[in-house]
Design a protein around this ligand. Structure first.
Ligand SMILES: Cc1cc2nc3c(=O)[nH]c(=O)nc-3n(C[C@H](O)[C@H](O)[C@H](O)COP(=O)(O)OP(=O)(O)OC[C@H]3O[C@@H](n4cnc5c(N)ncnc54)[C@H](O)[C@@H]3O)c2cc1C
Length: 388
């Protein structure tokens, strides 16, 4: 298959990155993905390997040991990783889109010096802690409380659903810095840079998930956790805005992940439909299946085209909140639809673990949930329709 999977014309550099990602996915991910999924095993060596390729600092400048690439190139690589292993893709997406970008955008030079280069090299994995057990879509209702303690802070609360929280060396955590007596809503939230060595920092319950099983999802328990004053990110009271602005970009990564999952299911279905014979002919000769495959191809191509156009708009410095939500909505619902159709193309064999499509189906579901559910994406898009 040629390197291009889309209408987007690629530069030589982009083709080279795609080829590197594809080769890495074929040798380091595809042979293990089913086993890691079955054992819910996170493979820690992947962090150093992806770091060695530069894939954990794709959007960071070279001054921080990053590759200094544009958003489209990053998303092209992410799609290739997701085709082989959606769990590895979410690691790459969270790390590149959220904690590294937050530090790059709002960190002090000292915070950047300490964390960014090790993150780019794969020596420190990043995580993002916004959600809590009672605060998901309504993220501004979070309750983890930070109170001043001398020149630092003490944080108490439970952050939920933290992707790679088990292995993260730096976690960007949103907590309340207003007081229970004078609540300030979203303006009472600040962002803290946590590391697991802080006293009172703990990893709690690990979730037993439907899909994305090789990506550990845990609670982070902060029990009077002492955080030095120089770990506040940016300005006090701006943490919710930082989180929302970062998620605008994070959603492009999740869209690329979803397109990768959909492509994996589509390619498996195309191959299977050519091999499997019923009624004396390959099932691909039945028009009902041809139409299914045609619809799968068309939906993947349209989701990818919107994503690539939005990546270009982001790199031109244009606001992308509305289009970012559209990308995430369209790509995740495409992934869920395409993987459902792929199971159907495989018939009974789509329902068993001997073939990979049931994993794609399970992995696709979460793309409709995290970094804002499909309902929340529709809320964002509808709100933007009536803005100003
Ligand atoms: C595998 C996994 C990994 C995750 N990783 C992270 C992470 O690294 N960091 C992090 O901070 N979070 C993470 N999350 C959390 C994720 O972002 C939340 O699960 C998500 O935002 C939804 O929140 P909730 O689960 O509390 O659902 P709820 O908010 O309780 O929603 C339940 C249902 O109500 C709907 N709903 C809620 N409000 C509205 C509304 N206003 N209009 C219409 N419908 C609405 C929702 O769409 C949904 O269908 C992860 C979640 C999962 C499953």
């Amino acid at each position: 298959m040629p390197v291009e999977t889309s209408l987007t014309p690629l530069t030589d550099e982009q083709r080279a990155i795609v080829e590197t990602a594809r080769a890495f996915a074929a040798t380091e991910l595809a042979p293990h993905a089913a086993d890691w999924d079955a054992r819910a095993h996170f493979e820690p060596s992947l962090v150093a390997k992806l770091g060695g390729l530069g894939f954990l600092g794709m959007l960071l400048p070279e001054a921080h040991d990053g590759l200094g690439l544009d958003t489209l190139t990053y998303l092209l690589a992410l799609e290739e990783i997701a085709v082989a292993d959606a769990s590895a893709a979410v690691m790459m997406s969270v790390h590149n889109s959220l904690p590294t970008q937050m530090l790059l955008r709002w960190g002090t030079p000292e915070q950047q010096r300490r964390f960014l280069a090790p993150m780019a090299r794969g020596e420190l994995l990043g995580a993002f802690c916004l959600s809590e057990p009672d605060s998901g879509s309504d993220a501004a209702s979070l309750r983890t409380q930070a109170v001043r303690d001398g020149d630092g802070w003490r944080l108490t609360g439970t952050k939920a659903w933290v992707t790679q929280g088990t292995h993260a060396g730096v976690l960007l955590c949103m907590a309340r810095t207003d007081t229970p007596e004078a609540r300030r809503g979203a303006k009472g939230i600040s962002t803290f840079i946590l590391t697991p060595d802080l006293p009172g920092f703990g990893v709690g319950k690990k979730e037993d998930k439907l899909g994305l099983r090789a990506s550990p999802t845990v609670q982070i328990v902060l029990d009077d956790c002492r955080v030095p004053g120089d770990r506040l990110l940016g300005q006090e009271g701006q943490g919710f805005i930082y989180a929302m602005q970062s998620l605008d970009h994070g959603r492009l990564g999740i869209a690329a992940q979803a397109i990768g999952i959909a492509r994996a299911a589509f390619e498996a279905a195309v191959a299977y439909a050519a091999e499997r014979r019923q009624f004396g002919q390959p099932i691909r000769d039945f028009q009902a299946l041809q139409f299914k495959l045609a619809d799968m191809a068309a939906r993947i191509a349209s989701a990818r085209a919107l994503l690539h156009a939005t990546a270009a708009a982001k790199d031109r410095g244009e606001p992308i909140t509305r289009f970012g939500s559209m990308c995430k909505l369209l790509a995740s619902e495409t992934a869920m639809w395409v993987t459902t159709q792929a199971v159907q193309v495989f018939g009974g064999y789509g329902y068993v673990k001997e073939y990979p499509v049931e994993r794609y189906f399970r992995d696709a579901k979460v793309t409709e949930i995290y970094e804002g559910t499909s309902e929340v994406q529709r809320v964002v898009i509808a709100r933007e329709l009536y803005a100003d």
